[in-house]
Design a protein around this ligand. Structure first.
Ligand code: SF4
Ligand code: SF4
Ligand code: SF4
Length: 513
């Protein structure tokens, strides 16, 4: 096969970075994939024998991506594994013996029902008659599974659906705390917090961290992402949390062309609000239900970080974001800010964090006590207050301003987290995932595998007894193939691809449902 005219050799227009595995976004069979750099963008490309070639943007600043790879901490083994290696990654979740990291954060989705029906919902939840709601026994078993695997788990997050409408959610928080789990979070839309003062009082007694959905201030943002103008409701929820002393992380789903211009305003609002201790930005996960998107123009962590710097240049430059080393470094970046009256000082201006968390170059022999404290701060399990690790570390020698006595009250955390979807899934990244969906059958499934590979559909069908169609991202190039599911997400018109099994590897296989 002739590629070019003889005598004229032509260079490829991209730098080949790695060979890996992914899945076909349509039929979910495992396929070979490669990662390339083109025009300073990192792209993942793959080909399904049945559905053709796919390419997606995974990081929009290749230079930054390469710099971030040094923040790659060797993984830690959990005490227990839950599955065996049979078909290979990502079909053996988990955690299977091939996985490279323990789980910093465990998620329990207590129900599929919700009091909203957002146009964007990776859990594909809403006012639905046919989902599931976990029992107390199931939650107890899941917590025990997590404790057995982790010893003393750092964080459990209750999610859904909408966890606050589960009648036993307060008991679930208490059950997690009784098992010695250090931080318990509730991932909520805030509707019940705004409307039910008695519920807020019950929570106040247990002091869970509130992970509050908060996408911006404009009506259009609310309508596009949540289908309703929830601004007044969010204000009331935050007021209730402030009064009850519940620490809040604002969590914004960021979609291109919708609310990317509101990031700076969200950070400013959070810094000024008495209840808010952190902001987490998540480029919209194109799993479950979401708006139509172009996989080559999707928002990535690099875009979000750049937008934050552009919108609050007096506070941030790009180097103030530190890749989180416990997971794959391009998954999540974090910053801490010291808030002193009107002034904000990014933590990276006080300490050369990079010198401690660069695990490749090891340019200096880092003080293990400082490195240990920083690993706690820059971790997927870090919740507001994680900076206490540093205060406890006497060796750090950071000259904190005298005015700062109550350190918890003055640190503010910023997180940027890009979850993978069926387009962007890369097993290299997945194998080091430290965020686990705990399932009632006792598995700890890495979060991005749960949302992309078919595990979510499998678990929902098992728990509800109702068949769930295999989901396909609502991507521009796939439009001719797609049809809606009854929950508003998309499935393929012919979703029963035959798998193209190849004998020697798991390429060509998919999850049995
Ligand atoms: S993602 Fe991890 S747990 Fe799942 S199959 Fe791959 S290595 Fe195993
Ligand atoms: S995104 Fe959250 S609030 Fe919206 S429908 Fe889904 S579970 Fe409910
Ligand atoms: S949940 Fe996804 S994005 Fe987060 S650490 Fe795991 S693989 Fe990375």
């Amino acid at each position: 096969m002739a590629l070019t005219e003889r005598g004229v050799k032509v260079d490829r227009d991209e730098v080949f970075l790695e060979y890996t595995k992914s899945i076909c976004p349509v039929c979910k069979v495992v396929v070979d994939a490669e990662v390339n750099i083109r025009d300073n963008r990192v792209l993942l490309r793959k080909r399904c024998p049945e559905h053709g070639r796919f390419e997606a943007l995974v990081f929009s600043d290749a230079e930054l991506y390469m710099r971030q790879l040094r923040f790659n901490k060797p993984g830690t083994l959990p005490f227990e594994l839950q599955t065996e290696v049979k078909a290979g990654c990502p079909l053996d979740c988990g955690i299977c013996p091939e996985h490279k990291q323990h789980s910093c954060l465990g998620l329990i989705e207590v129900n599929t029902n919700c009091n909203l029906d957002c146009p964007i919902c990776f859990a594909d939840s809403g006012h639905q008659p046919d989902g599931y709601s976990l029992t107390r026994e199931q939650v107890a078993f899941m917590l025990d599974t997590f404790v057995a695997a982790e010893g003393s788990p750092e964080v459990v997050q209750f999610s859904g659906g909408e966890p606050t409408i589960h009648p036993e959610i307060v008991d679930f928080v208490a059950m997690a705390q009784e098992r010695g789990i250090a931080r318990v979070m509730i991932n909520t839309n805030g509707v019940r917090l705004a409307k039910d003062p008695r519920f807020v009082v019950e929570l106040a007694a247990l002091k869970p961290d509130i992970y509050l959905q908060f996408d911006g201030f404009e009506t259009q943002t609310h309508l596009a992402i949540r289908g309703l103008d929830l601004r007044e409701l969010k204000r009331r929820a935050l007021e209730a949390c402030a009064e009850a002393g519940l620490p809040v992380t604002l969590v914004a789903a960021v979609e291109r062309g919708v609310n990317e211009h509101e990031l700076g305003a969200i950070v400013r609002f959070g810094v000024a609000h008495p209840a808010v201790r952190a902001v987490a930005f998540q480029p919209v996960t194109h799993s479950g239900r979401h708006l139509e998107f172009d996989p080559l123009e999707r928002l990535t962590n690099a875009d979000v970080m750049r937008l934050i710097c552009e919108q609050i240049p007096e506070w941030f430059v790009l180097d103030d974001s530190v890749p989180v080393p416990c997971c794959f470094p391009s998954c999540r970046s974090m910053s801490y800010m010291l808030v002193d009256g009107e002034g904000v000082i990014p933590f990276t201006r006080l300490l050369a964090v990079e010198d401690y968390l660069d695990y490749v170059a090891n340019r200096i022999a880092p003080d293990p006590a400082v490195r240990g404290a920083l690993e706690k701060m820059f971790s997927s399990s870090a919740t507001p207050g994680a900076e206490r690790a540093l205060v406890a570390c006497e060796a750090c020698g950071i000259d904190l301003p005298d005015a700062i006595k109550e350190i918890d009250e003055h640190f503010f955390m910023l997180v940027v987290q890009d979850f993978q979807d069926a387009y962007t899934l890369n097993v290299r990244q997945l194998m080091k995932c430290c965020v686990a969906e705990i399932t009632p059958d006792g598995r700890l499934i890495p979060f991005c595998a749960y949302n992309s590979v078919g595990y979510r559909e499998q678990v929902r069908a098992q728990l509800s007894g109702v068949a769930v169609e295999p989901l396909v991202p609502n991507a521009l190039p796939l439009q001719p193939l797609l049809q809606p599911t009854r929950y508003g997400s998309k499935t393929a018109r012919h979703a029963n691809g035959n798998g193209h099994s190849l004998p020697a590897t798991n390429v060509g296989q998919r999850l049995e449902r």
